[in-house]
Write a protein that binds this ligand. Structure first.
Ligand code: ZN
Length: 667
């Protein structure tokens, strides 16, 4: 629900423009992807026990990689393993077919499966089935065959089979039409009936369980629907046992508070009981003191069309003290922001609790945060825990820094920003505006507001993620332009906000379309949210020319003419979006999303793609992880942990496939 990719972070780079760093920031480029390396400043100076802790948590993060592959699609591990076998064995490593095959494999690694990580559409291979069958005959035998050859070829080459990982189109059965592995043999009506029943039985529980979060829903041989739980001794046990092994090592070197948190997580992995997960989450959210922190578990539900099942992910991190001053100011003023939100007072939180916000340095990414990752995190997701115990909110500074470095000099601003004054403002205040937007979105936006009595929180169904992201973004955008931010020392001038406003509208209305394939609609909830906000504001402000579409030399530009009026529109939309959430108004939510967030203007779409292509900018970015190595003395005692920065995307994934792959091919 709340871990989002926020801010633009979508600009690529021309490789030739990286002159200032001794090592290029972009380590690989293929299709619509650029792979960036990130640095971990400050790691060397951490005390030994924290370095060791990061090492163990990092190992745990890598051990869950197979889980995500399997969650994304039942046959992903079969495909990946077969491709890797061929890739490492084949002697002919040139020619068009091989190049296309290598590109396909790189895409599968990046997406953790055969469906695009963002659009959810199945990849179209550019190598021929005939060539691939030759490779199968040459290199796949009884020992390394994962699934039957004909079926494997159908999976890869038949465009109609398993076409989308996540199909949320209006009017389709979102369960049977989605190829993810969260459900099997059940349809949408059955799933909804199953979980509505559980929720009804839990209706009066002030601490409602997040039913369905850690299991696959399927039918037994008698047609009875049941949950196959992801836990030690259950589904994914082979990987979870490894994760727990490293978590236990981590607990040994952790401080007492953190040890208690890690032990609660281990207990949950053993029991699979979602009450244990809530207990763990409460302990986790309360630990705001420890320098090192970790997200590890079944956390975000974006991959499930009904928003119940959570994908496995991990982010190992530690505090960036200097940058934390920014979010501490926000947290200290959290109640003021809540009390002044431009929404119905009944839907404001009377008392904002436990807003803890920090800026972190990521040390290891795993599962659904790798290679593509969010740049902000706000957890836990359970509404009642957020209300009773607060939430932890972070901005990931070394990742945004790497994005920024990788995008320098790529020509994006010159191509898409019409006015010189807007370009200047973006250059001067763009990074600060992006960072503060992320901080406000995560630190205050998601945590703000409350539900009306009687609203459960699941009324908005498939539209809930989009609406929730819109709510957090609008909160951030509205307050970014508030003079209060100057008063409390977060920004030197409102130009920081105006630069973010121009950027946001341009991205939401136009430039993010480069991520959508021609002919497709917008599906992903963060993208839908940005489009919704940009288009709604454009339309509402039309009479006063608040936002203007300009045609010049055959190119389309979008410019903001009146920042103050735009801010009022953000406030007005926030009020309505909060009302919809608080009241669980499904019909209003559906109308808002379907009107503004989904349908793409085909001409504008084609234009954006062409202009982006001419700049040679890949719309998506992801990362290679650093590597850590324990240094021991002659008695085997750990005396240091060394960090290094590999710069080879292929090698890293082959290594992970070899050393961190624990699941059977079919689970
Ligand atoms: Zn978010």
């Amino acid at each position: 629900m709340a871990m989002g990719v926020i801010g633009l972070a979508s600009c690529g780079t021309a490789a030739e423009s990286q002159c200032e760093s001794e090592q290029p920031w972009i380590v690989d480029r293929f299709d619509d992807i650029k792979v960036i390396r990130y640095e971990v400043p400050g790691f060397e100076n951490l005390p030994l026990e924290e370095k060791e802790l990061i090492y163990y948590l990092g190992e745990a993060a890598k051990c869950g990689r197979d889980i995500l592959f399997d969650q994304n699609f039942k046959y992903n591990l079969a495909v990946r393993r077969t491709l890797e076998s061929i890739y490492t064995a084949t002697e002919v490593r040139e020619g068009e077919e091989f190049a296309a095959f290598e590109k396909y494999l790189k895409k599968v690694w990046f997406a953790n499966g055969i469906h695009h990580h963002y659009s959810n559409d199945k990849f179209t291979p550019e190598f021929s089935e005939a060539w691939f069958r030759e490779q199968l005959a040459l290199y796949i035998n009884e020992e390394n065959r994962q699934i039957e050859d004909d079926f494997l070829c159908q999976i890869i080459f038949d465009p109609a089979l398993y076409a989308s990982r996540l199909n949320q189109k209006e009017g389709v059965d979102v369960i049977t039409e989605s190829a993810n592995n969260y459900y099997e043999g059940v349809n949408q009506a059955e799933v909804e009936a199953f979980y509505n029943g559980m929720a009804a039985a839990d209706a009066n529980n002030p601490e409602p369980i997040s039913y369905g979060l850690n299991s696959k829903l399927m039918k037994d041989e008698n047609g009875k629907i049941y949950e196959k739980v992801w836990k030690i001794g259950g589904m994914y046990t082979e990987a979870l046992e490894q994760i727990v092994y490293w978590l236990e090592k981590a607990a040994e070197v952790a401080n007492p508070t953190q040890r208690e948190v890690l032990e609660a997580l281990i207990k949950y992995y053993n029991s699979g009981d979602l009450k244990d997960f809530d207990d763990y989450s409460v302990l986790w959210v309360k630990d705001t003191k420890s320098n090192v922190d970790v997200v590890n578990g079944f956390i975000e539900n974006y991959g499930d069309p009904l928003g119940r099942k959570a994908s496995w992910e991990s982010v190992v991190n530690f505090r960036d003290e200097e940058a934390c001053k920014r979010t501490e100011i926000m947290a200290a003023n959290a109640q003021w922001f809540e009390d002044n939100a431009p929404i119905n007072p009944a839907y404001r939180k009377e008392e904002v609790k436990g807003v803890s916000a920090k800026v972190i340095t990521v040390a290891m990414l795993g599962g659904d945060c790798f290679p593509a990752t969010a740049i902000g995190i706000n957890l836990p997701n359970a509404d009642w825990i957020r209300k009773e115990h607060g939430s932890k909110s972070v901005t990931i500074d070394n990742i945004t820094y790497a994005y920024d470095k990788a995008a320098q000099g790529n020509g994006f601003a010159e191509e898409f920003i019409l006015r010189e004054e807007d370009r200047e403002r973006a250059k001067k205040y763009g990074k600060l505006g992006d960072d503060l937007h992320t901080d406000l979105h995560e630190c205050l936006g998601h945590g703000s507001g409350q539900l009306a009595p009687g609203t459960k929180g699941d009324e908005l169904r498939t539209y809930s993620s989009t609406l929730e992201e819109a709510r957090a973004d609008l909160f951030a955008l509205y307050y970014l332009g508030d003079p209060k931010l100057i008063e409390i020392g977060l920004i030197p001038t409102l130009d920081v906000a105006w630069s973010q406003y121009s950027d946001y509208i341009m991205n939401g209305y136009m430039t993010q379309l480069s991520r959508i394939e021609p002919g497709k609609d917008v599906e992903e909830s963060h993208m839908r949210n940005r489009k919704l906000i940009a288009e709604w504001c454009y339309e509402q402000g039309k009479a006063e020319n608040v936002i203007e579409l300009v045609k010049q030399d055959g190119k389309t530009y979008i410019v903001v003419n009146d920042f103050v009026k735009l801010r009022e529109l953000f406030g007005k939309l926030l009020c309505e979006v909060q009302r919809i959430k608080s009241e669980g108004d499904y019909e209003a939510c559906k109308a808002l999303v379907e009107t503004y967030a989904v349908k793409v203007n085909p001409e504008l779409h084609a234009e954006v793609i062409a202009r982006n292509k001419a700049l040679n900018i890949e719309p998506y970015g992801g990362f290679v992880n650093p590597e850590y190595e324990l240094v021991t003395d002659k008695n085997g005692k750990v005396v240091d942990v060394k960090i290094s920065y590999p710069a080879n995307y292929i090698e890293q994934h082959l290594k992970y496939g070899k050393e961190y792959s624990f699941l059977p091919t079919l689970n």
